[in-house]
Design a protein around this ligand. Sequence first.
Ligand SMILES: [Zn+2]
Length: 255
Amino acid sequence: MRIRANNPSPMTLTGTNTYVITSADDTTAALIDPGPELTQHREKFLAELGDRKLSAIILTHQHADHSEMLGSVEQWAPEVPVYAVLEKFGRLTPPVADGDMIAFGTDTADVMEVIATPGHTMDSICLIHGHVLYSGDTVLGEGTTIVTHPEGSLRDYLNSLDRLLQLLDEGAYSIFEPAHGPSIESPAQVLEYYRSHRLERIEQVRAALAQGATSATDVCDIVYHDVDPSVRGAAEQIVRAQLAYLGVLAPDDQS
Ligand SMILES: [Zn+2]
């Protein structure tokens, strides 16, 4: 079950998706990304939970539009473990890592497999349950994911896309449920598009450097000249990630 928070923006698309995943016997559930601290959103996902026992809260990555609601977790789920890569978000359980199996019910099928997919942020994970891959911000329902420097890494991100493609080939999942936007029923196509889109941008950055651009600002003026001023700052951070990938990020251009 998907519950969308009312926090639309250029960065969150229509809003952050929170997922309630129920156990085989329908008595317990896991919650993926509690989302922004909005009372109405919390009421919605708690209503969706109903009488089921919440047995796991899982965070796909640190960004506030996914994690902020954890600030009040003592009030709405005081005894529920929070599974996260970063220790500061985890609670009542050790930090999660690639390959972990998070049990949220008594049936053998009631597990979430953790797939580490660093890139959008270094702590990004995806979760697989029942042939569905919950992709967090690693793959979005619309548009492409933002990879910025120094929070993320383009090299890690491209490796993570390869990993997801490999898991798809192995039949580990067949659909994406992203943290923003609608379901993706053609994961192969989207992963290919993401990869080619990145490589195309990297070529544009190379071309801008060849034209004499020397800073992230210069490159941004050329490659992202058409972006809305409200996302210009993000565009510059993206360029820094691209320059870092190409190994040409000047030390004084790090942030
Ligand atoms: Zn994010």
